[in-house]
Design a protein around this ligand. Structure first.
Ligand code: SF4
Ligand code: SF4
Length: 399
């Protein structure tokens, strides 16, 4: 698309990126076909092409307005449109720049700013989040149905077997996963131990920065990223060979540190190293698991590949292959490219759309009558479990 950036954008640090991304878009609209919000609403303004066009108008000088922000906020940042786009338009990068610029010109109402801050503080709080989940599990029968369904049942804790080994890998604990599904990392530690890998999981409650970034708080997100890099750095210098992440939502964030801190003289090199060391758990397990060591299981599994895994990390179809290799029967899932509606903090900020997407996804996952659903991200796991007739687990729990 031809672009003529307004002086306020042309003089800013993102001018080159905005111009390059906008010029790539040929306005063909192929991306609309795979956009979950366009499919739900059928409104051009709620599809990627329309959102790009609204941002273009802003970048070319139209004043920021609440309508623009409303349609940008409805975007899940699932990046399905990027996978579909034949021109390689980096939509999510444009959205990040556009949303930040529009918000600076037209600040959100106070109630919206506060709820965003509260959500991030709550999910990052560690003890408070854990306590709330425990109380929710304890008093589940007394809770209203919607709240009861949102709290996953307490897991029977798997014993951690991890011992000392010369090979060492760092593992991100995550902020909500230890309270919601502690067995994901417990089972990952046990499996890596079998491969002769010692897992270093830091005790502090450190966030990857994704929740703050999703709620337009780049300053807090950047601060959290730097804190995490500082905590990991001594172990990286001591020879940790990889950083393993068991939730793809956090993984896609860690992989992006190199780009996010590229202009920071104190952290650019460290962030590049951290991003280079990042591995999704699946990549580590695939590489280490030389041969199938598990008896065939009669269970039928429907795999939900999170958007962060298929569109963000470019890993698709591999959880299915790994589980099939281990004897599971893999069910057919229609529209597997579509988001389940969890999308980080989206399910809390856009509950109506998120619930509609979940219903559609549960229907698609249940079409082949699975015994359980496997996924790779804690957000999707908890969101999809709400009202699901079959259990939803992280795939590592099946190995
Ligand atoms: S983002 Fe890509 S698919 Fe969508 S309209 Fe632009 S060029 Fe076409
Ligand atoms: S990121 Fe997802 S929701 Fe947003 S425009 Fe692209 S496909 Fe649609």
């Amino acid at each position: 698309m031809q672009t003529k950036l307004a002086p306020k954008i042309k003089s800013g640090k993102h001018a080159a990126a905005v111009e390059a991304i906008l010029r790539k878009c040929v306005h063909c609209g192929f991306c609309n076909a795979t956009c979950p919000t366009y499919q739900l609403r059928g409104d051009e303004l709620d599809g990627p092409r329309g959102r790009i066009y609204q941002m273009k108008q802003y970048f070319e000088g139209e004043p920021a307005n609440a309508e623009m922000l409303k349609h940008l906020d409805r975007c899940l940042t699932c990046r399905s449109c990027e996978t579909t786009c034949p021109s390689g338009v980096q939509y999510s990068h444009l959205l990040e720049i556009g949303r930040e610029a529009i918000e600076q010109e037209l600040p959100r109402p106070a109630w919206d700013r506060w709820r965003r801050r509260l959500i991030v503080r709550f999910v990052n709080s560690g003890w408070l989040f854990k306590l709330s989940i425990r109380l929710g599990q304890l008093f589940a029968p007394l809770l209203p149905r919607r709240l009861r369904e949102a709290v996953p049942p307490r897991q029977h804790l798997a014993t951690r077997m991890g011992g000392e080994h010369p090979r060492k890998m760092l593992m991100l604990a995550g902020c909500v996963q230890p309270a919601l599904a502690p067995n994901t990392n417990n089972k990952a530690v046990n499996l890596l131990d079998r491969f002769g890998i010692e897992v270093i999981e830091l005790e502090q409650n450190l966030c990857c920065g994704a929740a703050a970034m999703h709620t337009s708080n780049a300053a807090l997100g950047t601060e959290q990223i730097k804190r995490l890099i500082d905590a990991w750095w001594p172990h990286i210098e001591a020879g940790a060979e990889a950083i393993v992440v068991t939730a793809t939502g956090c993984g896609v964030s860690v992989k992006d540190y190199a780009r996010l801190l590229a202009d920071d003289p104190a952290y650019a090199d460290k962030a590049t190293k951290v991003s280079a060391l990042y591995r999704d758990l699946l990549e580590v397990v695939e590489a280490e698991l030389a041969q199938a060591g598990q008896a065939p299981s009669p269970l039928r599994v429907a795999v939900h590949t999170p958007c962060t895994m298929q569109h963000g990390l470019g890993i698709n179809g591999r959880v299915e292959r790994l589980l099939e290799k281990h004897g599971y029967i893999i069910c057919r899932v229609s529209d597997a490219h579509l988001c389940c509606g969890s999308a980080g903090t989206y399910s809390m900020l856009q509950p109506g759309l998120a619930a509609e997407l979940r219903r559609n996804k549960q229907k698609a996952l249940g079409g082949d009558e699975p015994d359980l659903i496997a996924t790779a991200n804690i957000g999707c796991q908890v969101h999809l479990a709400q009202g699901s007739p079959v259990p939803v687990k992280h795939w590592i729990e099946l190995l």
